[in-house]
Write a protein that binds this ligand. Structure first.
Ligand code: MV4
Length: 647
């Protein structure tokens, strides 16, 4: 019996495993790095033990420290989660040796699937369908030419030691083979220190369909149906769903039985996933087996009503599988999206920072959020940037899709860049709605999924301006006497003359007048109500760190007050002529034509927005000409002073 469980992981999966352990009356032990002292998985555990430094190599990967923590806390078992040590046969073996239960397969099963080519050879013997190919020892060109001839072009060269799509090369004709092979071998040698290649039939526009399998220590093995994980970005899963759309019951059964055969061939125990490529004609081919609980297991839980972590723990303590194959339900449809801290505008560079505002969608029927963070937590650069998984279940795929879109709309993250908008665009895409899925989905629709930063319509800016005036303290401080505005007035009790200049991303918008009659803001619900033409519309608006966030067309837009002075000073730093950063008046002229000035010397003082701004010499030089006089009103971009650089 397991009565104390150590979870050798962090983040959402550590929290997920602990949730079930708690429900089963098991004491939970968290381990953590230095920077994770206050992390959610630590706060949720009964016992927490520090491992070491922030880097995984100094903490979550330290086998000896983790084993010592298990002994110190009285844990009988270790759950490795995914990533980190979850597929490390050495760790599984070390647990076994020290009398600790590794909640996962036997070390021998991890080893069997560790080498891709050895795994393929095993699967071939077991009768699991493989992509037609050659994965033998002979590595000379003639062997590959003959193999490719037999397979038929196009073929795919893959590094034997590769994985995750690295070191793959498509070859369309025999004429290209020699050069492609040589180049792929060089790449494999430098990337993996192993030049060996295999060659396969290149499957066009395949789907990634994987089978969830489970085996116990008594020889029982079942499949819990499939997941379609075709929506990937550079071999990183983004959206997963169960069941796979359009899969016939017969194909489901054939794939399920093949997956169970694969598991049985290697003496598998526990939760595992067998990945297949599925081509357009419904033929499927073994890719690899993951010997762990996967990130996307919740969609399987949603359609089967089973708790896979509970299954893992029961199997680990020697119980038989709770259900037979026939008893495993398949009910409705579930879709999961992975919310990552990454910046889609910077080629999905992982992002880090503080979650200044973090709001998960409200709980509800068919909704699930698995996360390991709370508002105020730091997303650290040391670990996987996944923040949360949002999972929606529905009677139908469409119901699940719409529910997930609603959940995405309710999610608010401020302080860290995320892929939230990208996920929304995928879920809202007509091709996704029609379940037109394959591994080329994201590249094929990239233009719609990652549109250029758009210009906003008037509706956006006027809503932003109203929101700003109703929510931001100090907005009313604008001057009533600036000589260069005098254009119109704020209404609804705000001071008569004012001016507002807002910025959203790269775009900015000045306002001469903003009408805030029939607008109201409720800070409690963070709701802005605007009534126009007898219609009242509701907008979500919140404030954090001096910026305003407006929910507009499915995403949160950060809106700041624009400071044109700072912007133009910056952009004109090296221009020979100095221009007025914005409309204003000249308060003082400090220099004369012909005068030598040092870098940074004040040339003019302007007044704008009731504030004085100095125009300074960007570099040392001579004042060549002055084009304005004290007291003069000047328009933005007017040339004020011309400078000559020193020789
Ligand atoms: C393939 C393939 C087409 N034909 N093999 C990419 C990762 C690696 N584990 C296997 N991969 C592929 N192998 C043959 N014979 C296409 C892919 C592939 C892919 C597979 C699953 C999910 C996403 C993918 C994206 C591009 C290519």
């Amino acid at each position: 019996m397991i009565n104390t469980l150590l979870i050798a992981n962090r983040g959402e999966i550590a929290c997920r495993v602990m949730r079930t352990a708690r429900e089963m009356g098991i004491t939970t032990v968290a381990v953590h790095s230095e920077v994770d002292r206050q992390a959610q998985h630590v706060l949720q555990a009964d016992i927490a033990i520090g491992l070491g430094g922030a880097k995984p190599a100094d903490s979550y990967l330290l086998i000896d420290r983790i084993l010592a923590a298990a002994h110190a806390s009285g844990a009988q078992a270790i759950h490795p989660g995914y990533g980190f040590l979850s597929e490390n046969a050495g760790f599984a073996r070390a647990c076994e040796k020290q009398g600790l239960i590794f909640v996962g397969p036997p070390a021998s099963a991890i080893d069997a699937m560790g080498s891709k080519s050895a795994a393929k050879a095993l699967m071939e013997i077991a009768g699991v369908p493989l992509v037609p190919g050659y994965h033998g020892e002979e590595q000379d060109l003639q062997t590959f030419v003959t193999a490719a001839e037999r397979i038929g072009y196009p073929v795919l060269l893959k590094a034997t030691a590769g994985g995750g799509g690295k070191g793959m090369k498509v070859v369309e004709h025999e004429a290209e083979l020699a050069e492609a092979l040589a180049s792929a071998q060089r790449e494999a040698q430098s990337s993996f220190g192993d030049a060996r290649m295999l060659v396969e039939k290149y499957v066009l526009q395949p789907r990634h369909v994987e089978i969830q399998v489970f085996a116990d220590q008594h020889g029982n093995a079942v499949y819990l149906h499939e997941r379609d994980c075709s929506i990937q970005r550079r071999h990183q899963k983004v959206v997963e769903e169960a069941p796979a759309p359009g899969l016939s019951p017969a194909l489901r059964q054939a794939m399920g039985e093949a997956a169970v055969k694969a598991a049985q061939a290697i003496g598998y125990v526990g939760a595992g996933t067998v990945e297949f490529l599925l081509d357009a004609r419904g033929e499927f081919f073994f890719m690899e087996m993951n010997t762990r609980l996967q990130v996307e297991h919740p969609v399987t839980e949603a359609i089967t009503g089973q708790d896979l972590v509970a299954w893992q723990l029961r199997v680990a303590q020697g119980e038989a599988l709770p259900l037979t194959q026939e008893q495993i339900p398949l009910n409705g449809h579930a879709i999961e999206v992975r919310l990552y801290a990454e910046d889609p505008d910077q080629d999905f560079l992982p992002a880090s920072g503080t979650l200044e505002v973090y709001r998960e969608p409200a709980p509800g029927i068919g909704r699930r959020v698995d996360s390991g963070v709370a508002e105020g937590d730091v997303v650290s650069p040391f670990y996987d940037p996944m923040i949360a998984k949002l999972i929606a279940w529905g009677e139908t795929r469409e119901e699940a899709r719409l529910r997930l879109l609603a959940m995405l709309r309710e999610t608010v993250i401020v302080g860290v860049q995320t892929n939230l908008k990208f996920l929304t665009r995928i879920l809202a895409h007509p091709a996704f709605a029609q379940a037109d899925l394959d591994t080329g989905f994201i590249p094929r629709h990239a233009e719609q999924l990652l549109p250029e930063p758009e210009a906003f319509d008037d509706g956006f800016w006027s809503t932003a301006a109203k929101a700003w005036l109703l929510t931001m303290p100090g907005t009313s401080a604008a001057s009533a006497s600036s000589p260069w505005t005098g254009l119109s007035s704020w209404r609804a009790g705000l001071p008569a003359q004012s001016r507002l200049h807002l910025r959203c991303g790269e775009l900015e918008q000045p306002f001469a007048a903003v009408d805030v009659t029939d607008c109201s803001y409720s800070p409690d619900t963070q709701t802005l109500l605007i009534t126009e033409a007898q219609q009242t519309r509701r907008y979500s608006v919140l404030i954090s760190n001096g910026a305003l966030y407006l929910h507009w067309h499915h995403s949160w837009r950060r809106i700041d007050r624009f400071d044109p002075i700072a912007e133009v000073e910056h952009s004109h730093q090296h221009a020979g002529g100095l221009q007025a950063p914005m409309n204003g008046s000249v308060v003082r002229v400090m220099v004369e034509p012909g005068q030598q000035v040092e870098a940074g010397a004040v040339l003019l003082v302007l007044e704008a927005m009731k504030m004085e701004h100095s125009v300074r010499a960007p570099e040392a030089g001579r004042v060549k000409a002055i084009f304005c006089a004290e007291g003069e009103l000047i328009a933005e971009s007017t040339l004020l002073v011309e400078m000559e650089e020193q020789a």
